[in-house]
Design a protein around this ligand. Structure first.
Ligand code: FMN
Length: 171
């Protein structure tokens, strides 16, 4: 598992190989398995494998262009916050689910890239409309998916900053 975390990278160039539906469902299951505040059900998921919808989503922001090259995507959705026990922690729940999916994808050799949507109102509105969401739920993030074009797309890059690690108190 440590190896999966260390070699996860944002992958933005994909091969033609399709992702099996069963694998996409496995990724979503891993999204549900992420922690959430007071175990609230603060996440829905939309699996997108329709090229036309991927193309529309790729127009949501400059950073979303990668979706036009992706074989599939998963939208992490915040349901109606009025239904939640701890709505002020919903964004943390949604981020945890997004990261779980990135790691699960890496474990299956599937490339992934987190496309930031929330808290940008314009992106939320555009993406939520494309996915036909009602006015009370919204897209938190999009995850572009596909098998990497390059064989060495997963690699370990040292991002650890030793000087930012403290023990017991900040000095
Ligand atoms: C909240 C968030 C939003 C992001 N949005 C985008 C995006 O819109 N487009 C994109 O290509 N990458 C996006 N990324 C991926 C980052 O650019 C990437 O994680 C960062 O450059 C570090 O590279 P690494 O993921 O390979 O470690 C986002 C990442 C996070 C956590």
């Amino acid at each position: 598992m440590l190896d999966i975390i260390l070699k996860r990278r944002s992958i933005r160039e994909f091969s033609d190989k399709e992702i099996a539906k069963s694998d996409l469902l496995d990724l979503v299951k891993c999204g549900f398995m992420a922690p959430s505040a007071r175990a609230q059900e603060s996440r829905d998921f939309v699996i997108i494998d329709d090229k036309e919808i991927l193309n529309k989503l790729s127009e949501v922001s400059i950073g979303a262009k990668v979706l036009a090259r992706a074989k599939a995507a998963i939208a992490v959705i915040c349901p109606n916050v009025d239904s939640l026990t701890t709505p002020d922690m919903a964004l943390e729940d949604l981020a945890a689910a997004t990261e779980n999916i990135l790691l699960a994808a890496t474990s299956k050799q599937i490339g992934s890239c987190w496309i930031g949507i929330a808290p940008n109102d314009e992106r939320i509105e555009k993406a939520s409309k494309i996915l036909n969401l009602d006015n009370v739920s919204f897209v938190f993030s999009l995850i572009a998916l596909g098998y990497p074009l390059s064989d060495d797309a997963f690699y370990i890059k040292d991002k650890v900053k030793e000087n930012l690690i403290y023990w017991n108190k900040v000095e």
